[in-house]
Design a protein around this ligand. Structure first.
Ligand SMILES: Cc1cc2nc3c(=O)[nH]c(=O)nc-3n(C[C@H](O)[C@H](O)[C@H](O)COP(=O)(O)OP(=O)(O)OC[C@H]3O[C@@H](n4cnc5c(N)ncnc54)[C@H](O)[C@@H]3O)c2cc1C
Length: 245
């Protein structure tokens, strides 16, 4: 495939990216580190498009959130396998280290956290929706920012927690709460269930603090979580959502 011409600043056209590392996150999620030809940087929360081309020319394109700041020219994604999914299964199970895909990005200017914004931040993640939100936590860390963050993460079971070790490490100014929908860890006092108003009340910022709220995950999760934030009095203009389909 012809090498793409690159624009200055933001990369807006397809370019080749080599897979340099693959890290297991959970049974169904993997972190993939790519080395693109050129990457001028991105904001926390932005995503990129990944394009796969089969031998017969068939192409498939999907969006994946950038999982952290660019480091030494490398960009990081975390992909959760969707049962029967065309692209996620290939990325999770088959793409070998050293192979190339095409990437285009960064994409998106709305669902982003800028380190210059000093308002408290509320992050609400459902499943793989943790990826762009953890990118914001990582950006905060990289900047040495002291903006207070609260992360409320809803997952099916303890085995499904992406970035489990990183989330378990105490980090000043970042409060993390993980809640389970299907199976809780032994000894947990909260029965497994979907996030409710009580969870947001207990682990979120009060609306009077006027936090920036970022919600990401499957459609149903985003819809429910955003509605709960509104019910709790948060201004809809301070609620940003990203739906993974
Ligand atoms: C802006 C944006 C950022 C995204 N970031 C990430 C990310 O960081 N990590 C990540 O793993 N995914 C992310 N996604 C989802 C990703 O783009 C794909 O939709 C997902 O990997 C499934 O693609 P697939 O080709 O495997 O499945 P497909 O072959 O497209 O779909 C197979 C079946 O699964 C259903 N399906 C599709 N997507 C999902 C889903 N997300 N959850 C449940 N069922 C689904 C479809 O309706 C279909 O029935 C993001 C999506 C968007 C729009």
């Amino acid at each position: 495939m012809a090498r793409a011409a690159l624009s200055v600043g933001v990369v807006t056209v397809w370019q080749q990216a080599r897979l340099v590392e693959r890290l297991r996150e959970t049974d169904s999620a993997v972190t993939l580190v790519f080395e693109p030809e050129e990457w001028s940087g991105h904001l926390a929360g932005q995503h990129a498009d990944i394009r796969l081309t089969a031998d017969d020319g068939y192409q498939a394109v999907r969006s994946y959130s950038l999982a952290g700041p660019v480091e030494e020219g490398r960009v990081v994604f975390t992909v959760q396998r969707v049962l029967g999914g065309e692209v996620s299964t290939y990325l999770c199970d088959d793409l070998p280290v050293g192979a190339y895909v095409e990437v285009r990005g960064p994409v998106g200017g709305w669902f982003v956290w800028r380190g210059t914004d000093t308002r408290p931040v509320m992050l609400l993640a459902g499943g793989s929706g943790i990826v762009p939100l953890q990118a914001m936590v990582r950006q905060r860390r990289a900047l040495g920012s002291r903006v207070p963050f609260r992360l409320l993460y809803s997952v099916r079971t303890p085995e499904d927690v992406i970035y489990a070790d990183e989330l378990a490490r105490p980090e000043g100014g970042v409060d993390v709460a993980v809640r389970y929908t299907r199976e809780a860890p032994p000894g947990a006092r909260r029965a497994p269930r979907r996030l409710g108003l009580v969870d947001l009340n207990t682990h979120g910022w009060p609306a009077e603090f006027e936090p920036m709220c970022f919600v990401c995950g499957p459609n149903g999760f985003v819809e429910a979580a955003a509605n709960m934030l509104i019910t709790l009095g948060h201004d809809r203009h301070r609620i940003k959502t990203e739906r993974f389909g």
